[in-house]
Design a protein around this ligand. Structure first.
Ligand SMILES: Nc1ncnc2c1ncn2[C@@H]1O[C@H](COP(=O)(O)OP(=O)(O)OP(=O)(O)O)[C@@H](O)[C@H]1O
Ligand code: SF4
Ligand SMILES: [Mg+2]
Length: 321
């Protein structure tokens, strides 16, 4: 199926020194897909998210939306509304001077140019769909809870009628009791609106709950991709095993970022931490990363996924006549 959103060999450097924050990465998001991106702090997840959303230009490579590069999509192009983002800090993402209703109406007016009254009415409906009371809709962010602000952020994104929602740690700043509500809201939105979602999270349980495909980032690169349940059942890359084995804290040893010494020198960025490292690991960049079952791992010595149990048929088992 044609991707709605596609990153092709995308690299982002913030300075002249050191390795890039995102390093030659490819990712395709199909209509309605649920893609989870996990990885420890500093691995480049938010940088990738901002490039996918078209708010941060790559240093090299290209992000295409609906087949067109972001660089060819100007601020008012209708294509721009197709990819929307929600953020970790729901307060910070909102204008402190606008009520929830006006914050959503502003987006509707920008894209569709209805009358002011019509925009407010549509905004009220959208906020009601997100579970906000009429009273809360009239309040500014400082009068709302974190969960309510995140609902406003989601309503602003939906006001654009997007095809893809990029959610960067959408629940990590919220109280535990509210996190589940926001996650359930995102699950319902995917079902009702056929939205694709790119979910970035430290919390592997969240990715497991909300996505069908997962990618693991380490030091700016995707090191493993697999259907989400397969990834959790039998992680192939040594780093993924570390992550999966360390739920929920995910510390799993010494944290390293793309800027740590020793990481950049080896062709495999994970080599300094890897318990399976061998002499031939220097071939990682030329190694075929494809694994059985459509999986993928950037590793010379992956843990091969366990084969699914074979269902023996009557003919195979006792079919001799
Ligand atoms: N605006 C910036 N200027 C300079 N360096 C940056 C900037 N944004 C990110 N970086 C660097 O790029 C690397 C990746 O950062 P990024 O925020 O994408 O990681 P992350 O995976 O989202 O981390 P976290 O899980 O903590 O949110 C880090 O080393 C970070 O310091
Ligand atoms: S290529 Fe080698 S060092 Fe890198 S993750 Fe795989 S086994 Fe470890
Ligand atoms: Mg981040």
């Amino acid at each position: 199926m044609t991707a709605i959103l596609e990153a092709r060999a995308v690299t982002k450097r913030f300075g002249v020194d050191g390795p890039p924050a995102v390093d030659g990465l490819d990712l395709a998001v199909a209509p309605g897909a649920g893609v989870g991106i996990v990885g420890e702090s500093g691995s480049g997840k938010s940088t990738l998210a901002r490039m996918l959303a078209g708010v941060l230009p790559p240093t090299s490579g290209e992000i295409a939306v609906g087949g067109r590069p972001w660089t060819a999509v100007d601020r008012r192009d209708q294509l721009r509304r197709r990819v929307q983002m929600i953020f970790q800090d729901p307060y910070g993402a909102l204008n402190p001077w606008l009520s929830a209703r006006d914050a959503v109406a502003e987006v509707i007016r920008f894209w569709d140019r209805p009358t002011r009254a019509e925009a407010r009415e549509r905004a009220s409906q959208l906020l009601a769909d997100m579970g906000l009371t009429a009273d809360a809709m009239g309040r500014r962010p400082r009068g709302l809870s974190g969960g309510q602000c995140q609902r406003v952020g989601i309503a602003r994104a939906l006001a654009c009628a997007p095809d893809v929602l990029i959610a960067d740690e959408p629940t990590s700043a919220l109280d535990v009791s509210v996190q589940a509500q926001i996650l359930n809201l995102l699950v319902a939105l995917r079902e009702e609106r056929g939205l694709a979602i790119v979910l970035i999270s430290h919390d592997l349980a969240v990715v497991r709950h909300l996505t069908e495909d997962a990618a693991v980032m380490y030091a700016g690169r995707i090191v493993e991709r697999a259907p989400t349940h397969e990834m959790f059942r039998s992680p192939a890359h040594p780093y993924t095993r570390l992550l999966v084995g360390s739920i929920p804290g995910m510390s799993g040893g010494e944290a390293r970022t793309a800027h740590d010494p020793g990481v950049a020198d080896h062709p495999c960025r994970f080599a300094p931490r890897c318990p399976r490292r061998a002499d031939d690991c220097i071939a990682v960049r030329s190694h075929d990363p494809h694994l059985p079952g459509g999986r993928w791992a950037e590793c010379v010595h992956p843990h091969l996924p366990a084969a699914a149990p074979v269902q023996r048929t009557q003919t195979q088992h006792g079919g001799r006549t």
